[in-house]
Design a protein around this ligand. Structure first.
Ligand code: PRP
Ligand code: URA
Length: 209
């Protein structure tokens, strides 16, 4: 289970996750806390980005510094993944952003793809797939497979909450993908929702319930 899985245990992340889980959190608050937690997640998820040395001049003298060596590409899975994008962009403003549109068929729980538009430079970049919920793993597996088909090599899956079933599915079909999550919950219920989870992430972000 633990292979390639990192749980983000920072107290600020865990405090915000608790607010997001709470059923009494309004969608206005949910959205702003999701934005705040996504910035902290970006900080943690990107802490091993490779750097390149550069020389600059301060007002006083020459100094050595660094710039980022790797390109970062963010791929939110629509809809709920959109809620994580801006926090990452704030920390890495030079990120490119692609979109994968997908929803789960409520009966079969299988993902249905309806949109795919990604930057053409997937091969050499660090590709971060953003989706708050990793439930059965069907959406994640389909998204990662599509990205691999389009040339992505370094793929990281970033979620707020993961179910053991989803982690296993993603590890089995794409063992090279690193998974970051703020919590690994107990289980899925009979209709594929993560328990205790936070409910339907898209509905909670966009107020559609
Ligand atoms: C949710 C969530 C994931 C998917 C996870 O999206 O944001 O994309 O379910 O479930 P899985 O791991 O079982 O595939 P949903 O299909 O509800 O679409 P939405 O974001 O448009 O509401
Ligand atoms: N999608 C969600 O939004 N929530 C879940 O618990 C499972 C899938």
């Amino acid at each position: 289970m633990k292979k390639n899985v990192t749980v983000l245990t920072h107290p600020l992340i865990q405090r915000d996750l608790t607010i997001l889980r709470n059923k009494n959190t309004s969608f206005e608050l949910f959205r702003s806390v999701l934005h705040r937690i996504s910035r902290c997640m970006a900080y943690e998820v990107l802490k091993d980005l490779s750097m390149q040395p550069v020389s600059i001049e301060t007002p006083l003298a020459k100094a050595n510094g660094v710039k980022l060596k790797e390109d970062v590409i963010l791929i939110p899975i629509l809809r709920a993944g959109l809620g994580l994008v801006n926090g990452f962009i704030e920390l890495v403003p030079e990120s490119r952003v692609g979109h994968i549109g997908m929803f789960r068929d409520e009966r079969t729980l299988q993902p249905v793809e309806y949109y795919f538009k990604v930057p053409p430079v997937l091969k050499t970049a660090r590709v971060l797939v953003l989706d708050p919920m990793l439930a059965t793993g069907g959406s994640a597996v389909m998204a990662v497979s599509l990205l691999k088909k389009h040339g992505a090599r370094t793929i990281v899956f970033v979620s707020l909450i993961a179910a053991p079933e989803g982690i296993r599915a993603l590890q089995d079909s794409c063992p090279s993908v690193s998974i970051y999550t703020c919590a690994i919950d107990k289980k899925l219920n009979s209709i594929g929702y993560i328990v205790p989870g936070l409910g339907d992430a898209g509905d909670r972000i966009f107020g559609t319930k």
